[in-house]
Design a protein around this ligand. Structure first.
Ligand SMILES: Nc1ncnc2c1ncn2[C@@H]1O[C@H](COP(=O)(O)OP(=O)(O)OP(=O)(O)O)[C@@H](O)[C@H]1O
Ligand SMILES: C[C@@](O)(CCO)CC(=O)[O-]
Ligand SMILES: [Mg+2]
Length: 301
């Protein structure tokens, strides 16, 4: 019987504000949520992977880690609650959890900030252009402000509902499409990004003041600007409007768009109506909580 496997997990995330603009160094506010990816691994004489996704990000994590410690062979298993390509940061979570487990198994002595930075390098190398948001919030948990890379709170006094179009969005392609649109309409896209920057900063102030009506209103404006940059779909907007009609304070695309998920915030008393409204339009709907913990060691296998 080989030595026991070491297991680390990392959470999914939603964006309250700022996706895509954050790639151009504008502010974003992201929140880790309690859907997790768990990576278990142990040394081996060859490389054996068990996972339900392709291994691009796992290979990316192994590659960047190998520059620190030689990996002769590895048995690695991934189990995840996070839908892939749904805008919930599944790539960041699998990368962060893989690096966390490697860090312990090979005694690399990396701190959480270093793990977040290495994970960001993996995302950027695969995505082409990327922000540190997804990997940072998955590493540290709670609610974070980017590009400051600060954790602002670990509690929201509202309910969070994720609506899933069940259509995969491809982050790499969507980020590239926005980059190409910006190359054609630079001034206009920069005005949109600047407006999203202001929304994120104002939204964080509203969050800190507990003014969730204003947080929701700013989320709605942000959704319109994501549509304007071409990452929306009719299905995403259908679920957004359904959530709002169901009583959500605010609802918007979360993540890269082009498919994937929306996020809605509401008062606890309205959660059932918001869930029913999303499901009534054929969307998947799950109520999530803030994940206070980011990268986390799980019990021995
Ligand atoms: N459980 C998993 N096992 C292995 N690889 C995974 C897993 N989950 C995600 N991945 C990797 O991440 C890729 C999806 O990343 P992508 O950035 O396109 O979507 P996302 O991270 O889910 O959404 P977003 O980046 O918009 O938040 C998959 O193709 C796969 O390479
Ligand atoms: C679209 C984007 O802003 C978020 C994807 O979850 C890309 C990134 O920040 O790397
Ligand atoms: Mg991703």
């Amino acid at each position: 019987m080989g030595e026991s496997m070491v297991t680390y997990s990392a959470p999914a995330k939603i964006y309250l504000f700022g996706e895509h603009a954050v790639v151009y160094n504008k502010h974003a506010v992201a929140v880790a949520v309690n859907l997790r990816t768990r990576v278990s691994l142990r040394r081996s004489d060859r490389f054996i992977y068990q996972t339900d996704g392709d291994t691009r990000y796992i290979e990316g994590a192994l590659g960047i880690f190998s520059s620190l410690k030689k990996i002769p062979g590895l048995e690695l298993r991934v189990e995840s609650d996070i839908p892939i390509g749904a805008g919930l940061g599944s790539s960041a979570a699998v990368t962060v959890a893989t690096l966390g487990a490697l860090n312990e198994e090979f005694d690399a002595g990396l701190g959480i900030e270093e793990i977040a930075r290495l994970a960001f390098e993996v995302e950027r190398s695969i995505q082409g252009v990327a922000s540190p948001t997804d990997t940072f919030v998955s590493s540290v948990g709670g609610c974070v402000l980017v590009p400051d890379l600060t954790r602002v709170t670990d509690h929201l006094r509202c309910s969070i509902v994720i609506g899933d179009t069940k259509v995969v969005g491809y982050t790499k392609k969507l980020v590239k499409d926005v980059k190409e649109l910006r190359s054609r309409e630079t001034e206009i896209l920069d005005l949109i990004f600047d407006t999203i920057d202001r929304i994120a900063v104002t939204g964080l102030d509203a969050l800190s003041a507990g003014d969730y009506t204003r947080v929701g209103e700013l989320m709605n404006i942000n959704h319109g600007l994501l549509d304007a940059m071409g990452v929306g779909t009719s299905k995403l907007s259908e679920l957004v409007y359904a959530a709002r009609s169901g009583g959500a304070l605010g609802a918007k695309i979360t993540g890269a768009g082009g498919g994937g998920c929306i996020v809605a915030i509401c008062e606890e008393k309205d959660v059932g109506r918001v869930v029913d409204a999303i499901r009534g339009r054929g969307g998947g709907a799950i109520v999530v909580d803030v994940a206070r913990e980011g990268l986390r060691r799980e019990s021995e296998d």
